[in-house]
Design a protein around this ligand. Structure first.
Ligand SMILES: *C/C=C(C)/C=C/C=C(C)/C=C/C1=C(C)CCCC1(C)C
Length: 292
């Protein structure tokens, strides 16, 4: 339930977190797009999907931010005081669920794509993960918007069934294909899977907050912060780890690519201070650069 009023501190906290999420998603997305050529072509799909996920999330947080600003107003002179919910302009939690409905299947696609498994294995994993993830989000929504804790609990429980199934596929079935990954990558993939478990686990906890007997406004603020922090970790940080995996696998797959990316030895020599073709003196190359 959306609270009738927020204190100044509660309003500011939510406001600042939404702003932080927009910055994190937007620039993570841009970073991943400009870094595409730093991995081999076969890993670019995973990184493009990671960038799209963060882009979709940035868009929805702009909408969430606007919805929040329209939903709560203060009439205190000077703008300090309680914020009251505007009649007829409720905060729209639907943006989150539409965002998740799009991004959660894509996050799973990112993970499977970066592994570059045999096509048959890949298709079989995705054919189970994607419908399960859509079902998990769709079942959560009726509970999320209900003011009744019984309904919230029921749909939360139903949504947990596909969630448990996703974890089973990732932690039991996927493990079988991990031994075919390069040794340096296996550890990072396990870490990524653990990050997925820890961050995805925050969503059901944040969902439960309104049922734990907290004051209505505190529970709502806690839930918004929980979802916001989890979104940064599960999308932006997760995408950056996908990038790291893609880069390590690119090096493991192709020695000449690794040599080009990791060393400046093969770059044409320029004498420090001598004018280049553009007429601008070449900068002194710092010693030890290029080891990344
Ligand atoms: C970027 C957004 C992500 C990764 C969202 C993930 C969302 C979940 C794992 C949500 C799970 C839920 C339950 C397992 C039960 C209660 C209802 C949900 C939808 C919050």
């Amino acid at each position: 339930m959306i609270p009738d009023s927020l204190t100044q501190a509660q309003y500011d906290t939510v406001y600042n977190f939404f702003s932080l999420v927009i910055a994190a998603q937007l620039f993570a997305s841009i970073f991943m797009l400009v870094s595409l050529t730093r991995v081999l072509p076969r890993y670019r799909q995973a990184m493009t999907v990671a960038a799209v996920v963060c882009g979709i999330a940035a868009y929805h947080y702009f909408r969430i931010f606007d919805s929040f600003k329209a939903a709560f107003v203060t009439d205190a002179v000077g703008g300090r005081g309680d914020y009251l919910q505007v009649a007829g302009a409720g905060f729209n939690e639907g943006y989150r669920y539409v965002d998740w409905l799009l991004t959660v299947p894509l996050l799973l696609l990112e993970l499977i794509a970066v592994l570059a498994l045999a096509r048959r294995v890949q298709t079989s994993l995705l054919a189970r993960l994607i419908p399960a993830s859509a079902l998990m989000i769709a079942l959560g929504y009726p509970g999320e918007i209900s003011g009744d804790n019984g309904i919230r609990g029921l749909f939360g429980l139903l949504s947990t069934i596909p969630f448990a199934y996703i974890l089973y596929v990732l932690f039991v079935e996927l493990t079988r294909s991990l031994d075919r990954q390069p040794a340096s990558v296996r550890r990072t993939i396990s870490q990524l899977r653990l990050l997925l478990l820890l961050t995805w686990g925050v969503y059901p906890i944040a969902y439960l907050l309104p049922m734990l007997g907290l004051d209505g406004a505190d529970a709502w603020v806690g839930k918004q912060l929980g979802y916001s922090i989890a979104d940064i970790l599960a999308k932006a940080l997760y995408g950056l780890i996908i990038y790291r995996i893609a880069r390590m696998k690119s090096f493991a797959d192709d020695d000449s690519f690794a040599a080009r990316e990791l060393s400046v030895d093969e770059a044409p020599e320029v004498t420090a201070g001598a004018p280049t073709r553009s007429g601008v003196p070449a900068p002194k190359r710092a010693p030890g650069r290029g080891t990344d």
